[in-house]
Design a protein. Structure first.
Length: 256
């Protein structure tokens, strides 16, 4: 689906902080049919990934070389400054104050009360993802947290999200809703999760065939953390690229 604008409060962009951006670009191009631009020196070596000519994700070097590779979720906002104040009032942390990214937009980086990092995007020339919810494109953003109740209060105060929680195969899964429209999800972490795994935002890309994609990840030098698994909305897998960044893919059911 082609997108020309993102409503404030909607997850709208993702980018990768990679130890080897060139290798990462080659991996995702082979896996998801992305084309990637040459690194932009003025933007710190950032590369834009596109699908059928539309932006789908960014790839750049890690800002801190001592942290693991990571995918970042960005939420569109009307004002990065106003959102910064809301984050502070709601008990979050401001990791990077609002800043201009050339003429593309304005961004800031925060952590929620559980320490989960996320970013916001105030669009100018760049709206975020130009295509979503089709193979190779972003289709879901999911908060995985050890404090779901506090997260519900925090993200409601900051973005106006409503939390709709229901049982999904024995898990109290939450859908985030904005003006009645589902825009993301939340998975609670219990004692069965590794104790050293922090709360995080998981990025999902749509694929036509989850099993084929998981097999191809292995062929390309990555690993499979959670093998292809059926859930009510489709068939998903959790994968690691060769640099160690974790992401998910899903082949959605036709009705989802």
């Amino acid at each position: 689906m082609i997108v020309t604008a993102h409503q404030p409060g909607t997850p709208s962009w993702v980018d990768l902080g990679a130890p080897d951006p060139q290798a990462a670009a080659e991996f995702y191009a082979a896996l998801l049919s992305w084309e990637t631009s040459e690194p932009d020196a003025a933007a710190g070596g950032y590369r834009m990934a596109t699908l059928k000519g539309h932006p789908v994700a960014g790839i750049g070097p890690r800002q801190q070389p001592d942290i693991p590779p990571y995918w970042t979720t960005y939420v569109t906002v009307a004002s990065a400054e106003d959102t910064t104040e809301l984050v502070r009032k709601a008990g979050g942390q401001v990791l990077v104050e609002p800043m201009d990214v050339m003429d593309f937009g304005r961004m800031a980086v925060f952590a929620d009360p559980a320490g989960t990092p996320f970013s916001v995007w105030q669009a100018k020339a760049h709206i975020g993802a130009g295509v979503v919810n089709e193979p190779g494109a972003l289709c879901w953003n999911e908060l995985t947290t050890r404090d779901a109740e506090r997260a519900k209060a925090f993200y409601h105060e900051v973005f106006g999200w409503e939390a709709e929680t229901r049982d999904m195969d024995g898990v109290d899964y939450t859908e985030w809703k904005l003006d009645g429209r589902t825009i993301g999800g939340m998975m609670p972490m219990d004692d069965s999760w590794p104790a050293d795994l922090p709360s995080h935002w998981m990025v999902y890309f749509a694929v036509a065939d989850t099993d084929e994609t998981a097999a191809k990840v292995t062929e390309l030098g990555g690993t499979v953390s959670v093998p292809p698994t059926d859930i009510p909305v489709g068939r998903f897998a959790v994968l690691n690229d060769p640099g160690g960044a974790v992401f998910s893919v899903i082949a959605p059911n036709e009705a989802s």
